[in-house]
Design a protein around this ligand. Structure first.
Ligand code: GLU
Length: 462
């Protein structure tokens, strides 16, 4: 049977369970269309069918190797202790050490972390960096923690998982709600605990501050990668970059960097939404000013007041208007960039969206139902595992630099990143053409051919 990801997920949605892949039962996964991990595995199994992936590789990939869950007490500023829950899911390490971010968010839960770990396996394999996939997180709201509390949560979590991570085994990185400072605390805690047993303990995490071994170009890397993929893809999609209209959902690290780099190339960032509100300027928002505003105030809200202080419309933000969430989704653009959390582009939003291309800068932003709607409307979706792989690619460069005691200049980082992102993009386009499928299924196909080949060579032992 040869179907697209869309076929499988659509049929599941109304199937009542009749056409589930038998592997769901075999590995004990819930046949629940609303379960994010189930959705992710369904898409992979669909591509596995197309490339006739060996059964043993399918069942291995359908479940993570390790699911680590910890509880740890932290002393809060007022003196009382609070118990936190943390996760590290290690999905697969056939290609290399587990690799992936740590998320600090109040809604972090196991299935979510499993899906994100799974996606890291796919992402690293797609861009052919020698890492497997992992993901972790702590259930907390970092905005409600004081700097001291955040540091103690980080160090205590690191202590709880210290035996499960390491520069040769599992290498965390920043994700939603964490940053280079959090990575610095992890590296310091790990180094203190590892003592002399580790020759390069700071290579345990990537995304560190430059002064303690971070890589130049890492902070903007995910946004830069989104742009590299788009530029490689735009000629095929027949969209010129000059005056290309773009809307962005989420204006944290990834969304703001993608916006700034695209604007510098001549694109018009016409609308931005984040958790505080939505702003629009059909002439193009001044995303550099918007980014500064977000850094100062925590969100896009209020930018319209600053914007109306004068200057040209393009460079002051003059003309910036506040719009409703519905208006945001209905703003006509060439490219829509979801750069926030999972599942934000749902079925309703997919009907509303007026874009030609969706570039998934976030992980898993599109629900399977929305994917089906977008496909039926002829809207091309550049999948997360390709579109946002720039972050982990530069993480790989950081790890290489740490382990070989060298420092690359930013030109070298950007050049190598571009080479890897373009090669991965061409690989996905070729698979799409060969199998007449969506870009998402094509990306899975490229990944599964690679991982299948590795398992063929390595075998399974004992
Ligand atoms: N958290 C990022 C991602 O989802 C980066 C992971 C990494 O650099 O290891 O891709």
């Amino acid at each position: 049977m040869s179907t697209t990801a869309t076929d499988v997920t659509t049929s599941h949605a109304d199937s009542g369970g009749t056409d589930w892949d038998p592997i769901f039962d075999e590995v004990g996964l819930p046949k629940d269309v609303n379960n994010i991990y189930t959705q992710t595995v369904a898409s992979m199994l669909n591509a596995a069918e197309i490339v006739n992936l060996r059964h043993r590789v399918r069942i291995i990939l359908a479940q993570p190797k390790n699911e680590i869950m910890v509880h740890f007490p932290v002393r809060m500023d007022d003196g009382h202790h609070k118990l936190f829950k943390g996760y590290r899911v290690q999905h697969n390490n056939a290609v290399g050490p587990y690799k992936g971010g740590l998320r600090f968010h109040e809604h972090v839960h196991l299935d979510d972390v499993k899906s994100l770990a799974f996606l890291m396996t796919m992402k690293c394999a797609l861009v052919r960096v020698p890492f497997g996939g992992g993901k972790g997180g702590v259930k907390c709201n970092p905005r409600e923690l004081s700097p001291g509390e955040l540091e103690r949560v980080t160090r205590r979590f690191t202590a709880a998982i210290a035996n499960d991570i390491g520069p040769d085994y599992d290498i965390p990185a920043p994700d939603v709600g964490t940053n280079s400072q959090v990575m610095a605390w992890i590296a310091d805690t790990y180094a203190a605990m590892a003592g002399r047993s580790s020759t390069n303990p700071f290579a345990v995490v990537t995304g560190k501050p430059i002064s303690i071994g971070g890589s130049l170009g890492r902070e903007k890397a995910t946004g830069q990668g989104v742009v590299d993929v788009l530029l490689e893809m735009l000629p095929d999609l027949n969209i010129p970059i000059e005056d290309m209209r773009v809307s962005i959902q989420g204006f944290g690290n990834v969304g703001s960097w993608a916006g700034k780099i695209l604007a510098d190339l001549g694109a018009n960032i016409t609308a931005v939404q984040d958790h505080t509100g939505c702003v629009r300027n059909p002439e193009g928002l001044d995303v550099h000013a918007l980014s500064e505003h977000v850094a100062q105030t925590g969100g896009v809200k209020g930018f319209e007041n600053k914007a109306n202080t004068g200057g040209s419309s393009r460079h002051s933000g003059k003309g910036c208007e506040v719009i409703s969430v519905d208006e945001f989704w209905e703003t006509p653009v060439d490219v829509f960039i979801p750069a926030a959390l999972e599942g934000m582009l749902n079925e309703q939003r997919a009907h509303q969206l007026r874009a030609r291309v969706v570039a998934e800068a976030a992980n898993a932003p599109t629900t399977p139902e929305a994917d089906a709607v977008l496909a039926s409307r002829g809207i091309e979706v550049i999948p997360d595992m390709l579109c946002n792989a720039g972050g982990v690619t530069v993480s790989y460069f950081e790890w290489v630099q740490n382990r070989s005691n060298v420092i690359w200049d930013v030109e070298q980082v950007d050049r190598e990143l571009n080479r890897i992102m373009c090669a991965a993009t061409r690989r996905v386009i070729m698979a799409k053409q060969k199998y007449s499928t969506t870009l998402r299924t094509a990306a899975y196909i490229s990944v599964l051919e690679h991982i299948g080949d590795i398992y063929n060579h390595r075998g399974i032992w004992p």
